[in-house]
Design a protein around this ligand. Sequence first.
Ligand SMILES: NC(=O)c1ccc[n+]([C@@H]2O[C@H](COP(=O)([O-])OP(=O)(O)OC[C@H]3O[C@@H](n4cnc5c(N)ncnc54)[C@H](O)[C@@H]3O)[C@@H](O)[C@H]2O)c1
Ligand SMILES: O=P(O)(O)OC[C@H](O)CO
Length: 338
Amino acid sequence: MSKQIAVLGAGSWGSVLANVLTENGHHVTLWTRSAEQAAEMNTHHTNQKYVHDFEYESALTATTEMAQAIAGADMILLAIPTKGLRQVAHQLGQLLATMDIKPVITHVTKGLEQGTYKRPSEMIAEELPADHYQGITVLSGPSHAESVALHDMTAVTIAANDEQLAKDVQGLFMNQYFRAYTNNDVVGVEVAAALKNVIAIGSGILSGLGYKDNARAALITRGLAEIRRFGVSFGANPMTFIGLAGVGDLVVTATSQNSRNYRCGFQLGQGQSVAEIEANMGMVIEGLSTVKVAHEIAEKRHVSMPITDAIYKVVYEGQAITEVVTELMGREGTTEVE
Ligand SMILES: NC(=O)c1ccc[n+]([C@@H]2O[C@H](COP(=O)([O-])OP(=O)(O)OC[C@H]3O[C@@H](n4cnc5c(N)ncnc54)[C@H](O)[C@@H]3O)[C@@H](O)[C@H]2O)c1
Ligand SMILES: O=P(O)(O)OC[C@H](O)CO
């Protein structure tokens, strides 16, 4: 059945997911804070700043008025980077309190909040009035916007504490090229989503330095071990980390030139500075802030995360990459399976 859906955030992922939902026959309104971007979408059906040379469904409309976007919404999809999520959720919460709707909330944010160390669903829950939405679901997994736009076969995870809610959202997204699985491990899915970006930066660094397949496979495997350790310390299900939101997203992000986090690492490995890379990317590189949060949390909770710590030293302490790599490889031998 056709539903009314609002997508908040018209970057790469928000605009492409809005298009998937429109293709699935839903009435979708995309909210953006940029009047130029809304006009471009409504007039030319494009969003050139984020996904080049792609024509969106003409039924997809955009607005800068959040109240207009969410009017009558059955689902509201938040596609905002970690840094802006609380602010947008706050704005949404104020509107929901005054409106006669009770939508499902879904978010796709991959990060952890600086300072509070909160996961995206925790931030959203803190900002929305409890009785004015049905619950929160998380969409994650190996899914580059550019590939989804081209109908590359894609499988994602929809996580929620409430199984029926996850199934409802699964039904909205499923089609011939987009497959969704449900998962009840919200903590594991959100931790995996945030931390894979850090390991992807590390993988890019190794490639940028000229290391080859063995090095990358070792980094991905041991990176997954520390992501799992971190997640399990928060009560996550270890099985989540061998699923789509875990190894799936880690592989796609840590091996693809489509990944902004991998590309950022590659350029670091080639000697560029973080400031230069961020200025040229023009889109969010979530791993750069997540590495700081993850490093701080791991230190507080005594979770061993040598790769994350190494990337932290490169990004935030300016330590030479070659020195960090030597240190990592020179650590005392240990056992693989804990
Ligand atoms: N791009 C992908 O392929 C992809 C896939 C899966 C998940 N994600 C995740 O989805 C989230 C969004 O990523 P993206 O790729 O769309 O980012 P992006 O950089 O392409 O776009 C971000 C959008 O959010 C908007 N925004 C940021 N702060 C805002 C604020 N305070 N108020 C209003 N709008 C604000 C920006 O204007 C921009 O339109 C990230 O957490 C990312 O990790 C991205
Ligand atoms: O481009 P990246 O590195 O932010 O990765 C995008 C998605 O998270 C991949 O699933």
